[in-house]
Write a protein that binds this ligand. Structure first.
Ligand code: DMJ
Length: 610
């Protein structure tokens, strides 16, 4: 077991896969700062960083979950299933890695695990590797591969399903892989935890032709959205039984971040317009109530009163998401602001107070997070502005100078004193280093699967590649997929329901997470769920909701809330919730297509104007 050293994650493996092209450079100066030659050197340096940490893991921690990079040991931090290896699958020894996982991994273990972390790290890793192992078009197909990873993914997915059996449809935060939900399991979960499962579960449904995985996670999103405030904001924590918010702070970072991310990405991957519709509403509200150009604050979800004038490091994914949504201008300004914090300390602290312009007390660490690198990559991809290469170079320099430790990279426990901590989360390799490598590879290549591969790829929130194959990205959802049909009487019924009783609708109704009479695998009683796939209807009719435009809501609520708005002032900035933002993403679809095309050569500059 120890002799097996599968190396490099999916993307980094592309160094080797496409190494024949690696000497192709753009013969022009990319930037005053980073020249093409430097970009290549930086790409190589990032590759070396990866190997330093990955070999450290394989030599000292495997098959435990994660590496202790300072003491050169290992720890089981999640489920005890070789998380880092699973998470990184795979590389030059792709076939042996897949074989090891197929033979050795099993989920019939008496462990209670996080539904969210297990989905985004383990399920996503298995599915992503399955695509590569089984597809000729990637050039990495394994002839002997016989769906072992997909079978494991399906087994894992089934073990997670009991978590969704709640009155709201929003899953418990944790589940025991052998016994289901523990009797005393907490009923409180985060919005990100309940709303960031759609990509992995949706892919699993489409690969196994079993709709249950997709249904439960979509239902969870609906359950969360049904409980949004009048301002179209969601809180941070919710009771999955009562549906009451236990933490009403709305923001784009901690505890909520990837809820927004998966609304847009589920649309981009699956072509399911319901997600686009939700994203448009949620995004417009976020930009209206949370955006204080260029920063974002946390507000009470009901009153919009500012509760935390903080930049928290998880927010740094947002400019990248905005690139995908086509809202480039605010993304550029926000990235500049976030990066100014990085430059000041060499890292981003978990919390940075926007009123005092200092590190937030108790939030001084940098646990090797990838979010700023991710946004830097996306902004460079969209704009080709060389300042993003300079930013990437600064990030590499900080990591090398202060985080590198004997067997990998160490968390920084205090960004002001650059104190190291003996811990390395697996996302450092799967995301942080990956996005840095992709950034420099774009400048000198690109020589990677994302940019050159046979499909459009969506990155999961954990950096796993999910390809938009015809099987996954159904051109148009249709009734037969769900084993049901939209007949005209159903359609009329749905429309009149909405007209006469706008409260009793798909998003407004508080009901069981599962269709009645259903126990996970019953796909017949899903008439409510197929509303969204009947063709030729308006949004309201399709999704069973009465659409109230955010601007109308905003006007109503602005007058009510004027007195509630809190102003936090400091010597360096003023935090005042911005009024009258009018965000429209109607051109998102076209823009995204353009961006995808731009990765084939031309920069995408015509983002829709707000
Ligand atoms: C990652 O595990 C995921 O991106 C998650 O969605 C939130 N951020 C962490 C890393 O910071």
């Amino acid at each position: 077991m120890q002799s097996l050293k599968p190396s490099v994650p999916i993307l980094l493996s592309l160094f080797l896969l496409f190494s024949a092209y690696s000497d192709i450079f753009l013969h022009k100066t990319l930037a005053d700062g980073v020249t093409p030659e430097e970009a290549k050197q930086l790409r190589d340096e990032v590759r070396e960083m990866f190997y330093h940490a990955f070999n450290g893991y394989m030599d000292h921690a495997f098959p435990l979950d994660e590496l202790r990079p300072h003491s050169c040991g290992g720890e089981d931090s999640l489920g005890g299933y070789a998380l880092t290896l699973l998470y990184l699958v795979i590389g030059t020894r792709f076939a042996t890695s897949v074989e090891w996982i197929g033979k050795n991994l099993q989920f019939d273990i008496n462990k209670t695990v996080s539904v969210f972390e297990t989905t985004i790290r383990v399920l996503g890793g298995l599915l992503s590797a399955h695509f590569i192992a089984s597809d000729y078009a990637t050039g990495m197909r394994i002839p002997t591969y016989d769906n072992q990873l997909l079978n494991l993914a399906e087994d894992l997915g089934r073990r997670l399903l009991p978590a969704f059996d709640t009155p709201s449809g929003i899953p418990f935060g944790s589940v025991n892989l052998m016994h289901g939900v523990d009797e005393h399991e907490s009923k409180i979960t985060s919005t990100a935890g309940g709303g960031t499962l759609t990509l992995e579960f949706g892919v699993l449904s489409r690969l196994t032709n079993n709709p249950i995985f997709e249904q439960v996670t979509k239902n969870a999103v609906r359950g969360l959205w049904a409980r949004r405030s009048k301002l179209n904001l969601v809180g941070a924590h919710i009771n999955v039984f009562t549906g009451e918010w236990t933490q009403k702070d709305a923001g784009i970072g901690t505890s909520i971040d990837s809820f927004y991310e998966y609304l847009l990405k589920a649309y981009l991957l699956f072509g399911d317009e319901e997600y686009l519709y939700l994203f448009q509403e949620a995004y417009a509200a976020a930009m209206h109530y949370l955006y204080n150009d260029p920063w974002y604050v946390e507000v009470n979800m009901d009153s919009a009163a500012v509760v935390w004038p903080l930049f928290n490091s998880l927010q740094a994914f947002w400019p990248g998401l905005q690139v995908l949504a086509g809202d480039i201008d605010p993304a550029i300004r926000t990235h500049t602001a976030f990066f100014s914090v990085w430059k000041r300390y060499g890292f981003t602290p978990e919390g940075f107070n926007l009123a005092t312009f200092n590190v937030q007390h108790g939030q001084r660490s940098y646990p090797l997070r990838p979010e700023l690198m991710e946004s830097t990559y996306w902004l460079y991809k969209a704009t080709r502005d060389p300042k993003y290469l300079d930013a990437g170079r600064d990030m590499v320099a900080s990591l090398q100078h202060s985080a590198r430790c004997p067997c990998g990279y160490c968390h920084i426990s205090d960004v002001e004193f650059h104190k190291q901590e003996d811990h390395m989360e697996s996302f450092f390799l799967a995301e942080t280093v990956k996005y840095l490598w992709l950034l420099f590879d774009l400048a000198v290549g690109p020589d990677n699967l994302v940019d050159n591969g046979p499909y459009k790829y969506i990155f999961s929130t954990e950096g796993h590649l999910l390809p938009a194959t015809p099987e996954i990205s159904l051109v148009q959802e249709h009734c037969s997929y769900f084993g049901a049909c939209c007949n005209t009487s159903n359609i009329r019924q749905d429309a009149s329901d909405v007209a006469t009783n706008p409260q009793d609708n798909l998003y407004g109704r508080v009901g069981t997470g599962f269709p009645s009479n259903s126990r996970f695998s019953d796909s017949t009683a899903i008439s409510g769920l197929i509303k969204g796939v009947c063709p030729g209807l308006t949004h309201g009719q399709k999704f069973g909701i009465t659409y109230v435009s955010p601007s109308h809501r905003a006007h109503e609520d602005d007058s009510r809330n004027q007195g509630d708005l809190t102003t936090a002032e400091s010597h360096s900035m003023m935090v005042v919730p911005k009024q009258n933002s009018d965000y429209s993403l109607s051109e998102t679809k076209n823009y995204h297509e353009n961006l995808v095309k731009s990765s084939e050569g031309e920069p995408a500059t015509d983002a829709p104007q707000k």
